[in-house]
Design a protein around this ligand. Structure first.
Ligand code: SAH
Ligand code: DHB
Ligand code: MG
Length: 221
């Protein structure tokens, strides 16, 4: 069978039903984001499950997310946390943050998730200044121009053995197009992953309901 967008979408639906089933809280988050007029750019359910599995596999107790939107990926990630674990998610738009908080509360996760409003760089700087405990995992998914800077801050906020995952690093192949500023941010991000001796990383290309895209996964040595 030829790979078409509709084939990839159908397989994603099949995998979602089978292995990455969305419960009421996740469906509510999607609906609330939609009703608030937010763009439907959250991770797919299979990718949400991948984030959860990575966090669980490494026993993450502290997770940092950059870009909360309606809190959909935050729900997947926070569900990986053990008792006493914490997810901090950074969000520029107060309206998004408000909807995300609401969705996380409805998911029963308010006690372990903090939604921090403001430009991510400001929140990241503050966290380094207050010497917060290092994060075991970081999920970067905000403005693509900011990715290189988010990587620098993430390195200051993690430890040896932490995982840094970034979304949307392929974007239909746009990563190869130097003239697109968003793609340029992602490209510089990947080049820094390669150049930094503290990191070992790869990119996995993906298809599905989000189209042709990819995730970068980096381990802090
Ligand atoms: N991780 C979410 C999707 C995030 S979409 C999920 O999968 O469910 C990207 C989010 O990043 C948007 O909500 C956008 O408002 C936010 N964002 C954009 N620029 C930002 C910045 N400079 N600082 C913090 N958040 C930002
Ligand atoms: C966009 C952002 C995302 O994080 C994503 O997963 C898909 C699209 C966007 O800004 O268009
Ligand atoms: Mg994304």
């Amino acid at each position: 069978m030829a790979l078409t967008d509709s084939t990839a979408d159908a397989v994603d639906a099949f995998v979602t039903d089978l292995l990455a089933t969305e419960d009421d809280a996740l469906r509510r988050a999607l609906r609330a984001g939609d009703e608030a007029g937010m763009p439907p750019i959250q991770v797919s359910a299979p990718h949400g499950m991948l984030l959860q599995l990575l966090a669980r596999a490494m026993g993450a107790r502290r997770i940092l997310e950059i870009g909360a939107l309606a809190g959909y990926s935050a729900i997947w990630l926070a569900r990986a946390l053990p008792e006493g674990g914490r997810l901090v998610t950074l969000e520029l738009e107060p309206r998004h943050a408000e909807v995300a908080r609401d969705n996380l509360r409805a998911a029963g996760l308010a006690d372990r998730v903090e939604v921090v409003v403001g430009p991510a760089t400001v929140s990241l700087r503050k966290m380094t200044e207050t010497n917060v405990e290092p994060f075991d995992m970081v999920f970067i998914d905000a403005d693509k121009e900011g990715y290189p800077e988010y990587l620098e801050w993430s390195l200051r906020l993690t430890r040896s053995g932490s995982l840094i995952v970034a979304d949307n690093v392929v974007r239909g192949g746009a990563v190869l197009d130097a003239s697109d500023p968003r793609a340029a941010g992602v490209r510089r991000y990947l080049e820094r992953l390669a150049a930094d001796e503290r990191l070992e990383a790869t990119v996995i290309q993906t298809v599905g309901v989000k189209g042709y895209d990819g995730l970068a996964i980096a381990l802090v040595r």
